[in-house]
Design a protein around this ligand. Sequence first.
Ligand code: IPD
Ligand code: CA
Ligand code: CA
Length: 301
Amino acid sequence: MKAPEGFHVNANPYKEAMVKDSGRNPSSSVLSPQEVHKARTTARLAVFEAGSYIREKFQSQGLQVESKGAFDYVTEVDRFCEELILKRLRSSFPDHTLMSEEGAVENHSPSHVWIVDPLDGTTNFIHGFPMIAISIALAVRGTVVMGWVFDPLRRELFEAHRGVGAWCNDRPLPPIPQKPLHEALLATGFPFRSKKFLDPYLQVFKELFAEVTGIRRAGSAALDLAYVAAGRVQGFWEIGLKPWDMAAGALLIQETNGLVTDFWGKSAYLESGHIVAGSSLVHRFLLEKVGPLREALAAGS
Ligand code: IPD
Ligand code: CA
Ligand code: CA
């Protein structure tokens, strides 16, 4: 599926592919133990397979790169990994809907939706900059219940299961510590696809930068979110992401006692793509500070 350009909420396939069940308690019980086991086995196999292909191709010569839009690229490796992952998911879960960045939505049961980013950080990959990930999430009746973010170069697998916990390479991730703001390291993504948001973005950046210990722009939103969950950074914000960038990473943060919302403090970040995440302290601070971006979005500028 072609990634839609810009920030048109209505063009977001997440909305079309999902059936909302907001009244339902998002607990692990939406999947049977057998389903959990099968989902884990399949997703782990898929990320490991795709990850070994990415490692093989990392810094290789003569990579085929296509442009999908302004400053937005896809390589033969993104496409090959996507096919590997979707093949695995299709064969284990033929009735589930599959939604992946580079392919079409494969519509089956709307109650079970897999959300896949086969290579998060394509620009990094093209440049041989070693911050890339594979992200897979499973949503049941509109709620993400399981998620995997795999860093193939460091061989780090972050896993989350709603209501059960989060792990990094099978070790449980503890609750995110509440570092004070002046000790907080933040992560972000630049609004490179829609540079009309650059001015308000820089205003927000400047205000935050004055109060925290540092800000990183590593180039993989899935890893940025996983790093919040792992306590390596204390907060993250970005405008205009897609569901496949965030679905798994956001669950990791929720399962480590962090908060994830849109710029209005609501839970609609998968639909809008505008995300603020972190420990409760840093999340509150970020939410206060993204005001200029909120205003620019409201004005449609
Ligand atoms: C991108 C990365 C990047 C973020 C972009 C995403 P892609 O994903 O997550 O950090 O800033 O908005 O699109 O295109 O490399 O899969
Ligand atoms: Ca991505
Ligand atoms: Ca991608």
